[in-house]
Design a protein around this ligand. Structure first.
Ligand SMILES: [Zn+2]
Length: 331
């Protein structure tokens, strides 16, 4: 059964949490921290499928149910495509690959070793969240056998039942980030490179975008460049992991550029704030969120808006700190 699902051109199909965008493209809600926070995208062409980003291990049942509802058996999945190896995008890769006997996993060359041996990703996550919380949020993170991993450097292409996908190197959010252009639609799968955009804040059909600068490889000039590269292709739509399909992209890109500059300026302002720096950066990012709320006329109460952005405010502040600390050290 198809149900019209709101003003952003998505149709919600059974099972709930699957958003069909047409052209064989859909999103599956990974139900990461809350609903409509993190999407896993599916691309289906002529009975073959690609899963683009995986969510965490906890999202595996949602992906399998969505594929089943589309009549796609696990053996018909040809690719698991990772935009980058942050665990909310890649944590479930090992478990999904174990269920897809014919699939290969594609990843940026800088991310491949972390997928083959996820111990460093896991340790880095435990360092931030602790052991118990890491297990609760991410489940068991399985390695992917090396022979099933395909690296996708700048300019790489692959075919899904004849439908060509082009990979572009897209640093700025992370140095292990690719964006993927679909030849049929010209749309991009942008991962985290085009920011975050939660649907509950859309206003009368108008979308917004806010950069995600999470640690530890936020790089403002490169993020500007990666956004402009996608926009240079003139896509009508792109798909972000947080959350789903975005249109009116030149307007959103201008917003992203402005807010990225504001993040960089915030970092510069508090560069030498010592022990107070973390707190001042958190307050600064919170103010940037509230500035956007006023600019867009978001109707949600201020407390609800801050609740929706709570994790991003913390991660963006941490990412600004990483950027300040790493300047001059980046390769
Ligand atoms: Zn990320």
């Amino acid at each position: 059964m198809f149900i019209e699902g709101g003003f952003y051109n998505a149709r919600v199909i059974s099972p709930s949490g699957v958003y069909d965008y047409g052209h064989g493209i859909s999103a599956v809600d990974s139900v990461y921290d809350r609903r409509e926070q993190t999407a896993i995208h599916l691309l289906v062409e002529d009975g073959r499928a690609a899963v683009i980003d995986t969510g965490t291990s906890n999202a595996v049942p949602h992906v399998l149910a969505a594929l089943e509802a589309k009549g796609i058996a696990p053996a018909q999945v040809d690719y698991v495509i990772l935009t980058h190896v942050h665990l909310d995008h890649a944590g479930g890769a090992g478990q999904l690959m174990a269920r897809f006997p014919n699939a290969r996993l594609t990843v940026h060359p800088r991310g491949a070793r972390h997928i083959i041996d996820p111990s460093r990703l896991r340790a880095a996550t435990i360092a931030i969240y602790g052991e118990a919380e890491t297990r609760r949020v991410y489940g068991e993170i399985l390695p992917v056998p090396r022979e099933r991993v395909v690296e996708t450097p700048e300019g790489a292409t692959l075919r899904l039942a004849g439908r060509e996908l082009l990979f572009l190197d897209a640093p700025g959010h992370a140095r292990h980030h690719v964006v993927v252009r679909d030849s049929i639609t010209g749309h991009f799968f942008a991962g985290d490179t085009f920011g975050i955009s939660y649907r509950e804040l859309d206003q009368d059909g108008r979308q917004y975008a806010f950069p995600t600068t999470s640690p530890s490889q936020f790089d403002p000039p490169r993020l500007h460049q990666s956004i402009d590269r996608m926009i240079g292709f003139g896509p009508e739509a792109l798909y972000v992991a947080h959350f789903g399909r975005l249109t009116n992209l030149t307007v959103l890109a201008a917003d992203l550029h402005r807010i990225i500059d504001a993040h960089a300026a915030l970092g510069e302002r508090h560069r030498r704030a010592g022990a107070e720096r973390k707190r001042l950066l958190m307050e600064g990012v919170r103010s940037l969120v509230l500035d956007e709320s006023a600019r867009h006329g978001w109707r949600l109460p201020r407390e609800k808006t801050l609740e929706i952005f709570a994790l991003d405010i913390e991660l963006n502040a941490q990412g600004i700190e990483s950027w300040l600390d790493s300047e001059g050290k980046q390769e």
